[in-house]
Design a protein around this ligand. Structure first.
Ligand code: FE2
Length: 433
């Protein structure tokens, strides 16, 4: 219920249901000071979901997954400190918590501890409860399988069949208090397999792809990526249009000569040292207008000279599709962009060639570095969109400079596409006159 002064406050939202402070056996949660009300994440379907908490704690973070009847049904508790990460279970209120057997730490136990390397930026910690696969997972940063730090299969039949279905809510505590609702998130789906980075058409996908899950179709991507894919995947989104079939070669030639339009812009950007490293220069050629639903203009042709790269950067929860139009690009993915912390690479770097399409979304591939390993220029088409569920619309890309200082980059335009093509036509005509 809102207070009278909040009657006309458009930002007022009801507080979440408070968790009971006392168990049926009279057990008080003495370990928590309860200065703040305890906010509880209710799960839509018992035993299924991912709960995330954003926290700067350097001492203790705890997830308590509650059953419908804590007196007789199992409770799970994950306790994370700077030196430990322990999953425990209690079958009844009268019993004490016991360590869950069979726990695996895919990145070694210390990686699962509290992230004390980032003093300024909070870290996202998440748990995944998965009754379908009878698994519990815990990870940090993006909520996906590759960032799982603790993984365990649970016996779905003990202490009684389908007991995981009774897990219906989660409380999250840090340093003795509950985590505020603004720092909590809930997804009704658990963390399972990661989607592959390569997107192909439904005509290309094979039974082997379905089995190995090495390529995916647009249908499995977030809605924003699907929209973008439909706009750029067609054959006519190419640098070999009938009226200027050599556009890619013209850009390559232009980049190699500082007297020409691309070479001149690249030299100026190198002099400006935009990202703090002269090899971290590339051209952003915007196509069309800002439609108000993306960080900057949604369609950007990016031109990468050989050996040049982007800094490691975070797309701030935006969805994106990237199509390679010329040459090849190397994509590497990372766990987080946090001030004064060296990011950790996730998975292997991948080379994408002309015609390949990749994607990024809120849960996967959000933090990456692009690099041209080839001998000719690489040209990519980057397409961005915010998802409807995104209520923030962060308009910047946070990146790390060579000293791991986190900085915001405003997506700017070096030149509009139409203007660049007009100049390149003149250059190309002059070259072949
Ligand atoms: Fe990017």
């Amino acid at each position: 219920m809102a207070a009278p002064e909040d009657f006309s406050n458009p930002f007022w939202t009801p507080a979440r249901q408070e968790a009971p402070q006392e168990g049926p056996q009279g057990e008080t949660r003495k370990q928590y000071s309860s200065k703040q009300p305890i906010y509880r994440i209710e799960m839509d379907i018992g035993g299924l979901g991912t709960i995330s908490a954003k926290s700067k704690t350097m001492t203790l973070l705890e997830f308590v997954v509650n059953p419908e009847s804590p007196g007789t049904q199992p409770t799970l508790k994950l306790t994370i400190t700077p030196s430990s990460c322990i999953l425990q279970m209690r079958n009844k209120y009268s019993e004490s918590f016991k360590n869950v057997p069979g726990v695996v730490y895919p990145k070694q136990p210390p990686a699962a501890h509290l992230n004390t390397l980032s003093k300024k930026d909070p870290t996202v910690y998440w748990i995944s409860v998965d009754r379908s696969n009878k698994r519990f997972r815990y990870g940090q940063h993006l909520t996906n399988f590759s960032l799982t730090y603790l993984d365990v299969g649970l016996d779905g039949d003990k202490p009684f069949p389908n007991w995981m279905d009774t897990l219906t809510s989660t409380d999250v505590f840090q340093d003795g208090d509950s985590v505020p609702t603004g720092d909590l998130a809930y997804d009704p789906l658990p963390v399972t397999m990661d989607k592959p980075p390569l997107v192909v058409t439904d005509q290309e996908i094979s039974l082997e792809d379905l089995e190995k899950y090495t390529r995916t179709t647009f249908a499995n991507l977030p809605p924003g990526c699907q929209t973008l894919y439909h706009n750029v995947a067609g054959h006519n989104i190419t640098l070999e249009s009938p009226d200027f079939p050599d556009l890619g070669d013209a850009i390559d030639a232009s980049c190699k000569n500082q007297e020409l339009v691309c070479g001149d812009m690249l030299q100026k950007k190198a002099d400006d040292n935009e990202f703090g490293d002269k090899d971290e220069t590339y051209l952003r050629i915007t196509i069309g207008n800002n439609l108000g639903n993306s960080p900057g203009i949604p369609y950007v042709m990016e031109i990468w000279p050989p050996g040049h790269s982007s800094p490691i950067h975070d797309h701030g929860k935006a969805s994106a599709v990237i199509k390679v139009l010329y040459g090849s690009i190397q994509c590497s993915w990372y766990d987080a962009v946090q001030d004064h912390r060296k990011p950790i690479q996730v998975g292997n770097s991948v080379i994408l060639k002309k015609g390949d399409v990749t994607w990024l979304g809120q849960k996967q591939y959000q933090i990456h570095k692009l690099e041209n390993p080839g001998k000719t220029v690489c040209i990519t088409l980057q397409c961005y969109q915010f998802e409807q569920s995104d209520k923030v619309h962060y308009e910047y890309f946070d990146y790390l400079d060579p000293h791991n200082n986190k900085k915001p980059f405003t997506p700017t335009s070096d030149m509009a596409y139409g203007k660049l093509v007009a100049q390149l036509r003149q250059e190309w005509k002059g070259k072949h006159a």
